[in-house]
Structures are given as structure tokens and as C-alpha cells.
Design a protein around this ligand. Sequence first.
Ligand code: PTJ
Length: 259
Amino acid sequence: MSDYDSVSADVEHEEEIPEDHPRYQDLLTRHRIENGIEAGITHLQGMHAEGRGSAFDYLLGEETIPSADDAERAAAAHLLLAERPVLSINGNVAALVPGEMAALADATGAALEVNLFNRTPERIEAIAEHLQDHGADDVKGLEADARIPNLDHKRAKVDADGIYAADVVLVPLEDGDRAEALDEMGKTEIVIDLNPLSRSPQVADVPIVDNIIRAVPNITDHARELADADEAGLREIIEAFDRDRALEAAEKRIRSGDL
Ligand code: PTJ
């Protein structure tokens, strides 16, 4: 057995995962999801979601492809131009990128809102606390004093001054019915999902087909770089982005298996 074979079974802290391991990002992601489940942040179903994402990421070559980088730049431009941008957080997102989401909120002036499919007060509170431990100032989603129309499960519950009133919403890692309902409300949607055929990226204004652990820091880097850009410059980036081409490029890369 090589050193690498024993990595996932033995790791207690993520620093123990060797960065030169050929599947480093996958091991890191799995480790964070396991920790999230143990901490009561991530739902057990989050592990299945992670497995699905991991298969697509393998086929993408576990890298940010050029069309995803374009999408991440367009996402940064949308968030900077928005009047009420909100970043939606579920149990997988909280486990994988809590500090990175807090940094993106800080760089763009967006609010963070916890919104769960398997919603319980305990999980909402644990996630809000976890985000605060990772640098988030204010976390929405605890009030849940408004509902997204035409959606009959718990993910419809949102804050009136958060997702309900938002003009731009970042929706990472979820199935498509809330994305469709938010689209019907006329919101600009940025979706992060490794499966380009999933309903959420299909309805998104900006579909980002990339692993969230790469996508979020890259959106933040773009936002910091664009911080002094004027409105016309940001609009130019948004208009130059072609969502259909980005989805096609990701699907082509996955199907070609050209790693
Ligand atoms: O925390 P909750 O209760 O709100 O539940 C969250 C989950 C993720 C369990 C729930 O939203 C769910 O079941 O989602 P799905 O239907 O499994 O969809 C998740 C999508 O995210 C799939 O299309 C995956 O390919 C994708 N995905 C998984 N991991 C990643 C990812 N996309 C980007 N980066 C990842 N690391």
C-alpha cells in the first residue's frame, strides 16, 4: 500500500492531506463534508450530492476551465453592480467554503443567508454560528418571514430583507426547483454546480460549472480586481458573457474526457 492509499482513512485534520496527492481536492472536499456532518451542519444527503459533484469534477480535470473563469468574472460584475446581492448558504456550502463565502460577501457588499432543503432550527443556528466563526458579520435566514412563491417545500422560507428582496442571488449546489422559482421572481441568478445539465445551471443567468472550492475564491479575486471599475465597464463584462456557450463548453469538456 502506498502512502497515498492510506490518506482518506487516517486523516483527522485537513492539513494532513498531502497537497501533491493526485486527488487532493477531492480528498479535501470529502473530509470537509464528513466534518460538516459530524458538526450537525451538513445533511447526510450532502454526501450523495458531494459524490455526484466529485464525478463531474474528475471529468473536468479538477480545474477551472476557461469558460468557468469567464462566468466567475461575470458573477463578480453582477454582484458588484447589484443593489441587494445575497449569497445563499446550505449545509454543503457551509462545510466546504465558510470563510471563502464570508470573504466574497465582504468584497461585494453581499449578505449571507442560510437556506436549507432539510430545514431544522438546529441546523440553521449551527450554520449561522459556523459562518460567524469564519468571519461573517451578519447572517440572514433565521427570521424566515417571507416565502418564495410557487415552491412548496421548506426552501421557500426566506428573509423578507434577504433573498426575498434581493436583485442578484448566488445559488450554489442545489437541485433546480428553487432556482426556477427565483427565476420566475425575476431575480438575476448565479449558480455554481458541477453538473451543467442540472436544472439550476440551466435556468441561471450565470451558470458556473466549477467546484465551489475553486469558484468562490476566484469570484472574490475578480471582485477585488474590479472594485474600482465603473458601471459601464462592469456592464460590458456582463454583456460579453454568453451563458449558452459556457454551458456547452463545460458539457463538451466533460463528454470528451480530454483530461
Ligand atoms: O443542506 P441542505 O439541507 O439544504 O441540503 C443540501 C443538498 C446539497 C443535500 C441538496 O441541495 C441536494 O440534495 O442537492 P442535489 O440535488 O444533490 O444537488 C447538488 C448539486 O451540486 C449536484 O448537481 C452536484 O453535481 C453539485 N455539486 C456537488 N458538490 C459540488 C457541486 N457543485 C460544485 N462544487 C461542489 N463541490
